[in-house]
Design a protein around this ligand. Sequence first.
Ligand SMILES: C[S@@+](CC[C@H](N)C(=O)[O-])C[C@H]1O[C@@H](n2cnc3c(N)ncnc32)[C@H](O)[C@@H]1O
Length: 289
Amino acid sequence: MIDPSTTPTLAPYLPAVSTGASGWTGPDVASFEFRATGSPFIDRIFETGELFDFDGQLHPMETYIPKRQGDLLYSLVRHLEPQRTLEIGLANGISALHIATGLQDNGIGHHLAIDPYQTTDWKSVGLASLCRAGLESWVSLDERPSHWAVPDLEQAECRVQFAFIDGSHLLDYVMTDFMTVDRILDVGGLIAFDDSDWPAVLHVIRFALTNRDYEVFPTGQVIEPSPGKPRHITRLVRRLVRRSNRLQRIVRPSFTIPDLERHVEGRCVVLRKTANDSRHALQGQPNEF
Ligand SMILES: C[S@@+](CC[C@H](N)C(=O)[O-])C[C@H]1O[C@@H](n2cnc3c(N)ncnc32)[C@H](O)[C@@H]1O
């Protein structure tokens, strides 16, 4: 049990250093390397499936990302050496543990976690885990919904270089998360989406790739690949559509160019921001996606 009077508290939410003019440009994509987090604390959680709150009460893991996805987040943080990382959806803290361990191993950076239900639904298990792992000085928490918290970061001129979106999975909320995070993400920065194979999340990824200056970041890791291959008839119809401009105007682009061909695959797709938004505000018609 952790004695509440000695429980270390997390750093204040908006750390004093504003990175408004960070000058950060990001590393060379080709230098990315996948590596295991190598944290005995995290390994033990995955072995036992058990987490503890501040009072020492046991909680089952329930909602969490798979270990290899955690290692992917860790590797991305090691690669980017970001000054600020952001996460929407803390829950039991499994993703935050990997991200914050990456910052700790880099020796630089700060992680901002956003979750309105950390105290109520999650009994502060995410926070307790970060404290038990000795990562409390690397992380801050905002217990408001992301559509309140992220715009405040923009107003405070806070910049981030890495974000993990894993909050509400409703289409409009994921889109809002993407839109608001994009506004504070440096060019060269990365956004990783959990549950990229869920229709709402996939929709937002397709939008980002067709309407905004984003590309898939090639991690070489497909987390939980989909088992199915397109059927013969699907491939045949696709070939026909590709040969006809008229058919292409009727059929959804996601059918003509399947996600696999865009390297959008598995549960955790990572996008890299290549430029700031330069669309004209009155450009009413989005590119089909
Ligand atoms: C799938 S869980 C996150 C799991 C966590 N990233 C992990 O792997 O350990 C989704 C989280 O999103 C949070 N959430 C739901 N709606 C939200 C919102 N509007 N803003 C921020 N977080 C939200 C929930 O409380 C929940 O903790």
